[in-house]
Design a protein around this ligand. Structure first.
Ligand SMILES: Cc1ncc(C[n+]2csc(CCOP(=O)(O)OP(=O)(O)O)c2C)c(N)n1
Ligand code: SF4
Ligand SMILES: [Mg+2]
Length: 302
C-alpha cells in the first residue's frame, strides 16, 4: 500500500464510505507525529478506532497507541496470530497478516526480506504484534530464530501474563504462583526472562515497559522501528494486562499498570552502539524538521 494507492479520485470520493474518506482526509497517512501522533490523539482519524475487545482492556489501549506511533503507516505491514490482540489489530487501516498459531516471526522474516528485494530504495516497516503465548510459548522457536538470524523487523509482545483469548491458561510469561482459571494450583516456575533471551539472541534494541506514559511508549515504538530498518531485530516487551483473567476492575486498570512499573515491568532499555547511532541521527533530524516547521509558521504569522 502507498499513499497514492489509498487516495481516491476527487469525483469518486462521494461514493465511498465516510469512514474511508475521513481516514484519507484526516488520518495519519503522510503526516508527521506532531500533526497526527499520540500527543494529539482524538484530533485526527485514527487507524484503529473500533474493536471488539473487553471494556477497559489495557491491551486494546496499547494497540491503539502502537498504530498512532507508526512512523509511516502507509508503508507498514503488521503480522499477528491467534490471541486477543488480533481482534483489534485486524480492525486497523494497515495491512495485517494472520497466519498459523505462533508463526508471525517466521512470516515476517520472509516478508521483510522480500520487501528489501522488491523495494530497495524504500523503507517498508514490518512489525509482529502478538501475545505472550504466541511470542514466547507456541511461537518461541520462530521468535528466537528470527532474532538469531538478525532479521530486520520489530517484534512487539503484548504480555498479559496469561492465555486470555482461550479463557485463562498459564503461559511461560505468567508470574510464578499465578492462580488462573485453568491453572488452579498456581504456576510452579518463574516468568520467562524475555528481554534477556532477546539480548542473547541478538536483538539490537530491546525495551521492557508498562506503557503508562504515552509519549515514552510512543518514543520507544518509533525507536524500535527506525533501528529495525537499518540495523537488526528489535523487541518491545509491553505489559498489557488482562482485566478479565486477573480480575482487575476496569476502573483500576491504569493503577494496576502503574503498579507494574515498580514490579515486574520496571523500565528497561537496551541498545547496541549501532542502534544508538541510528536513534541519535533520526531524532536529531526529526527535531530539526519540527524547528524549521515552527519557524516557518512563526514567519507566516508575523
Ligand atoms: C495451533 C493453535 N493452537 C491453539 C490455538 C488456541 N489458541 C488461541 S489463542 C491462544 C492463546 C493466546 O494467548 P496469548 O498469545 O498470550 O494471547 P492473549 O489472548 O492472551 O492476548 C490459543 C492457545 C490456536 N488458535 N491455534
Ligand atoms: S480477555 Fe483480557 S486481554 Fe482479552 S480482550 Fe478481554 S481483557 Fe483484553
Ligand atoms: Mg496472553
Amino acid at each position: 500500500m502507498s499513499l497514492k494507492y489509498v487516495t481516491p479520485a476527487e469525483r469518486f470520493k462521494r461514493y465511498l464510505p465516510k469512514d474511508y474518506v475521513e481516514l484519507v482526509d484526516y488520518g495519519p497517512f503522510g503526516k508527521s507525529q506532531d500533526e497526527a501522533g499520540p500527543g494529539n490523539m482524538g484530533q485526527f482519524k485514527e487507524l484503529m478506532e473500533e474493536h471488539p475487545m473487553c471494556s477497559g482492556c489495557w491491551m486494546a489501549y496499547y494497540i491503539r497507541l502502537i498504530f498512532a506511533s507508526l512512523p509511516c503507516p502507509e508503508e507498514t505491514v503488521t503480522l499477528g496470530t491467534a490471541g486477543c490482540g488480533r481482534l483489534a489489530i485486524s480492525q486497523a487501516a494497515v495491512p495485517f497478516i494472520y497466519g498459523n498459531y505462533g508463526d508471525q516471526n517466521a512470516m515476517a522474516s520472509g516478508l521483510s526480506r522480500a520487501f528489501r528485494l522488491r523495494f530497495p530504495d524504500k523503507h517498508k516497516d514490518v512489525i509482529t504484534i502478538a501475545g505472550d503465548g504466541g511470542t514466547m510459548d507456541i511461537g518461541f522457536s520462530m521468535t528466537m530464530h528470527s532474532w538469531i538470524r538478525g532479521e530486520k523487523f520489530t517484534t512487539i509482545m503484548l504480555d498479559n501474563e496469561v492465555y486470555g483469548n482461550t479463557g485463562g491458561q498459564e503461559s511461560g510469561m505468567s508470574p510464578k504462583g499465578a492462580v488462573l482459571k485453568m491453572a488452579p494450583e498456581g504456576k510452579k516456575f518463574e516468568k520467562m526472562p524475555a528481554t534477556a533471551l532477546a539480548k542473547a539472541a541478538g536483538c539490537v534494541y530491546i525495551v521492557k515497559m508498562s506503557p503508562t506514559n504515552i509519549k515514552k511508549a510512543a518514543k520507544v515504538i518509533r525507536r524500535a522501528i527506525f533501528v529495525a530498518r537499518e540495523v537488526g531485530p528489535t523487541f518491545i516487551h509491553a505489559y498489557t494486562s488482562c482485566n478479565i483473567e486477573y480480575s482487575i476492575p476496569t476502573e483500576e486498570v491504569f493503577a494496576d499498570a502503574r503498579a507494574q512499573e515498580k514490579d515486574r515491568f520496571q523500565f528497561e532499555e537496551y541498545m547496541t552502539d549501532e542502534a544508538k547511532a541510528v536513534i541519535e541521527r533520526v531524532e536529531a533530524e526529526e527535531k530539526a524538521t519540527l524547528r524549521a516547521k515552527k519557524g516557518k509558521i512563526a514567519e507566516e504569522v508575523s
